[in-house]
Design a protein. Sequence first.
Lengths: 291, 288
Amino acid sequence: MSMFARTTLDQQNRRVEWLVKTLFLMMTVLLIVPVVLIMGILIQRGAPVLSWGFLTEVPTNGMTAGGIFTALIGTVWIVTVALIASVPIGVAAAVYLSEYAPDNWLTRAINLAIINLAGVPSIVHALFGLGAFVVFFGFGRSILAASLTLAVMTLPIVIVATRESLQAVPHAFREACWNMGATRWQTIRKVVLPNSISGILTGVILEVSRTAGETAPIMFTGAAAFLPFLPQGVLDQTMAMSLHLYVVSTQVPDVPDALPFGVALVLISMVLVMNATSIAFRVYLRNKRKW
Amino acid sequence: MKRLFTILGLPLVLLACGGGEDRTIIQNTGSDTLLSVAQGWAEAYAMVEPTVAIAVSGGGSGTGISSMINGTVDIANASRGMRESEFEAARAQGLDPQEHIVGYDALAIFLHPDNPLTSISLEQLVGIYGENGTIESWAQLGIEVPGCGSDEIVRVSRQNNSGTYAYFREAVLGESEFKLGSRDMHGSKDVVDLVENTPCAIGYSGLAYATDHISMPCVSAGEGTPCVAPSVDTAIDGSYTIARPLFMYTAMPPEGGVKQYMDWILSDEGQCIIFDKGYAPVATVTCA
């Protein structure tokens, strides 16, 4: 009998190995099933209503006909204003936490606060936004109030993504820079930020997808179920894709069956295009990186 | 980097397309029952008065009234009257809330189309929905519902800030509480959708939400009174027992753009829109 013959123990190990691998593979497949089903059903049932007119016309006839133009532009407004508010704050906070903050109780408390902020349910953010921005600051129901509410909600995404990508820049880069006599800010500006821009962008675009899809935080703070016109400024109310989907699928009678699916398909396509852009950017910027 | 800013700047260019002449916005929030009518008015009013934009939102009568009290909306839609406590809260803010009846709504009882029940009395409804009610099965009403194997009555109701919920409790249950265990839906359309697909179910909502795939029994007020089918006509002449006024509230006596809009709603043009949506107008109108 050779030294390398299979013992029963070997055989048993191989069997367990195969079982575990198959089981885990099945779990992974299970993960994809809902995604494939959702996309399949949306495309199958929503595609018939899609047309250029669907994207460029306003809803008519009690929101049962026409298009989604006002909701589409409204979502662009809300997302843009939310980004303008949250990206500078989020990136600055992440830079401070990653590059300047000493490891003391204050920093740890801030970190804890960020984690907790990420865990707050969106309906709580909605009520916070209603109390703070709509009533207390007196912005009324407006794009500004809705976007600030979303900005508060999505800050943790930007902070965490930015901090992670800052920390992925090797420490030796910073030390090399400091040894040349550069200040901390010069190091951040010339070395750390350019090398982490792809990660920061990923965070921003993740935030965009989240912002575009949220319904609860905007329905109390600035999104209207119906508005006959486009907003003209940040203090106007607006329609939004996510709320429009909620309204046509639960509130309005006599909506053609395909319409809510069409709205959902456009919304999900917007988000998927954003995510794809994020990935493309990441790849492009990473290829330019020299390490 | 330059290309990056081009892409980030694109949404801003899109926003610039939104420009146009100056206009005022009237905030109109509240009852989900009134949402489709309010939306219809807003859509039509954009043609009448292009410088005024009516922003319509739902959320429930209670939401609308409290938003009006805290000053975030101009007109609150309600499918129930304002409560005394709400009037007090408004007066405490220095407001003088004004009630405007803008139409009437017959509250229909909905059944699955296979359900053979053709008439129901208020007493039976109390037995089904009321907290001390003892009617739990269709057999107790003397019928057998095809497709409903369990025979259990599935009660479909509304969330508790809904004006429809409040009106049903007041008009049918006589201020007693709802029995626990009902399916509480957010919106009349959800109620209809669920009852349409559930043989065991019973639900209630505004007549305007009825579809061709649902059955509506006639309702009698009690022994010996006639059983009346829900319709716009029976809501107008008052013979249908669970018909209610639909309200709009303003925080102050309306003036300016809000007054013009309220006047237009009560004009023939506005009243024909509410009639089109399946509600009864305030006065008889002749519509095209």
